[in-house]
Design a protein around this ligand. Sequence first.
Ligand code: DAH
Length: 339
Amino acid sequence: MKEQLERIRSAAEAAIREAADEQTLEESRVRFLGKKGELTALLRGMGSLPPEERPTVGALVNTVRTQLEEALKERFEQLRAQGLERRLRAETVDVTLPAPEKPVGHLHPITRTRNRMAEIFTGMGFSIAEGPEVESAYNNFDALNAPADHPSRDETDTFYFSDDVLLRTQTSPVQIRAMAGKTPPIRIISPGRVYRSDVADATHSPMFHQCEGLVVDRGITMGDLKGTLDAFAKAMFGSRTRIRFRPHNFPFTEPSAEVDVSCFVCGGKGCRLCKGEGWIEILGAGMVHPNVLRAGGIDPEVYSGFAFGMGIERVAMTMYGIDDLRLLFENDRRFLDQF
Ligand code: DAH
């Protein structure tokens, strides 16, 4: 039995010494000291010994067990330390390497343009009004004095949900909402999305953005409209910018005008940006038609007002020198990263 014990001891010691990793070492532990291990089996076999030998052999087996346990523990620690050492060497971090780039996003040019417009007008005392993109035909057309046969009402131009519900074709219906139930003075702008049944090309998109403006009070004149838009144009495009009114026709204003700004690149001489015109059209405007005031519940005998509507893409494209509207909606980062 003592010989057997010696054999197990030297086999176990060799296995512990040679184990190259923690898993092999664990296997050796099970093999010798586990429940079904060799040393355990030897201990069980002690029953066949004569009773007087049992205590000495038992003590011997236990000594060997303790020694092996200690050797195992030591080897486990060694292997763990070696493993750590190896990983530390393999996974060194070079702190002098440039850090991976973390790209920081920025606002879309349309958002930037809209924010700048809002900033300028709120600075002049306007507040921001919102209206729904799904609008009634009444607010979008009838209340805005657009006659039943107005071409913009046509099914081929407007996205209808039903005869009386549609995707708004302009931000002008917010005028009606801004007046309803309110007593002037009213001073609002309303930026937002609008929809028209257009095929996308360099200057058209079925969805685009407008910024509406409305002022209603006693004694509001076309002079107020001009002064407001002149101040806006100078703030938006530069202090040397001038504006020009050309007569036009909108159902909801009388008189109506299209408004141009002098080209901020050439100052009016004519260049590529303004296509040789010296002027760039940016909005429609006019004095609010009495029918529209009435539709908003406001007495045109007491109050008057002006309104304007501006294409946000148009302004953004002018400011950033973008020549194709579609670029603004494709969200190609190679394009957007330029701004
Ligand atoms: N709603 C017009 C459009 O979509 C733009 C417009 C013109 C708005 C004149 C106005 C205005 O408020 O007075 O073309």
